[in-house]
Design a protein around this ligand. Structure first.
Ligand code: RIB
Length: 302
């Protein structure tokens, strides 16, 4: 059976507290009640893909602990294939500590745990990388594993370099990427430029990279697509965000899902900005990921 999207990536338990404002260095603030929500950029992208109606598999690692069991169960309840969700017995499952402030912006600290143990060997012989129409990955797993994923992918390879990798990114990786999906910060690190604070700077930086296509996410300003010397800005619907956690993941899922159905890049990005915007209207990571009907309802304010 063919698979629309295989996601290779991270799986975390998100420990979320709402605050008026994210604390400064050395500051202690009091927040709301703790919420424990399934998350991790990889798992979020797999769940989002499935909720949007595409077939999805998740390849990653959890610890042999209660959090891991919970994260696996959440993926399965959303019809994500977990045949290649491996267990590591000597490290805990990934955890993310998230503070969400009143305007919906967040700050996240990730303790990768088992995610850091996903090796190139784990991914190299997985049949899904051969059979999936699109393979999607991020950077909460080791960069060597991202490279091995790209090398083993037969279909369209989409890399969302989030969070921005701290090590030098091998050129070989950028060469095999069909669609790169960075935000402005990630793009400036990959392209080695200063801060990217305008659409023009994003376009110039993206044009220096050897990837076939680049889609730069611009938050409330939508996204810009740079492909085959063509450039197009896709604006986002105007919304008042409650929580931006997971919006980038939902964007990537919608983009990968669209490409898996043979939609062109621009049409896929147009849908992705709607899905990303709709995700910001509900709190949490996986708890906020919408179905197509919820995208319409949330954007129409119903
Ligand atoms: O993109 C949001 C995700 O980033 C959270 O779910 C958290 O786990 C971190 O991986």
């Amino acid at each position: 059976m063919s698979l629309d999207v295989a996601v290779v990536g991270s799986c975390n338990l998100d420990l979320v507290v709402t605050v008026d404002a994210i604390p400064l260095v050395g500051q202690t603030v009091l927040g709301g009640d703790l919420a424990q929500i399934p998350g991790g950029k990889g798992a979020n992208q797999a769940v989002a893909t499935s909720r949007l109606g595409y077939s999805a598999a998740f390849i990653g690692r959890i610890g042999d602990d209660d959090n891991g069991k919970f994260l696996k169960q959440c993926l399965q309840e959303d019809d994500v294939d977990t045949s290649f969700l491996f267990e590591t017995d000597d490290v805990p499952s990934g955890i993310a500590l998230i503070a969400v402030q009143a305007d919906g912006d967040n700050s996240i600290v990730v303790s990768p745990g088992a995610n850091a143990r996903l090796t190139p060997d784990d991914v190299e012989n997985i049949s899904f990388l051969d059979t999936a129409t699109v393979v999607l990955t991020q950077s909460e797993i080791p960069i060597e594993t991202v490279v091995a994923t790209g090398r083993s992918t037969s279909g369209i390879f989409v890399w969302n370099p989030a969070p921005a990798p701290e090590e030098i990114v091998p050129l070989e990786l950028l060469d095999v990427v069909d669609v790169l999906v960075p935000n402005q910060t990630e793009l400036s690190l990959l392209a080695g430029t200063g801060p990217i604070d305008s659409v023009d700077k994003a376009i110039s930086a993206a044009q220096t990279l050897p990837c076939a296509s680049v889609v730069v996410t611009l938050g409330a300003n939508g996204a810009v697509v740079i492909a085959n010397n063509d450039v197009m800005h896709v604006p986002a619907p105007v919304v008042t965000p409650v929580d931006t956690t997971g919006a980038g993941d939902a964007f990537c899922a919608a983009l990968a899902g669209g490409l898996s159905q043979g939609k062109d890049l621009i049409a896929s990005v147009e849908e992705a900005v709607r899905v990303g915007a709709a995700t910001t209207l509900v709190a949490g990571a996986q708890s906020s990921l919408p179905t197509p009907q919820q995208v319409t309802e949330r954007l129409e304010g119903r």
